[in-house]
Design a binder for this molecule. Structure first.
Ligand SMILES: [Zn+2]
Length: 84
């Protein structure tokens, strides 16, 4: 029996790099086995300028699992007019 990894949902598509507010185009899916269950996928968002830096950061720690287009990620949907 296999468990399909499920990426966390994402909010605003803003690059996760420090002091970068650019629109993200890629999602870096990662997992820290010491903290997360195997099917968990944390998501960092990255603009074209930072996708390589951020993916290398995760890869050197052995956390990087996949790099995907942001279009494939599930967005947090606002609950509607009743949302605060
Ligand atoms: Zn960036």
């Amino acid at each position: 029996m296999t468990t399909e990894p499920v990426p966390d949902t994402v909010g605003d598509l803003v690059c996760s790099a420090r002091r970068c507010g650019a629109t993200a185009t890629s999602g870096l899916l990662w997992n820290n086995p010491a903290l997360h269950t195997p099917a968990r996928r944390k998501v960092w968002l990255a603009c074209p300028e930072h996708v390589e830096h951020l993916s290398q950061y995760l890869d050197t720690r052995g956390f990087l699992r996949d790099v995907v287009d942001v279009d494939t990620l599930v967005h947090d949907e606002p609950a509607g007019l009743d949302a605060r």
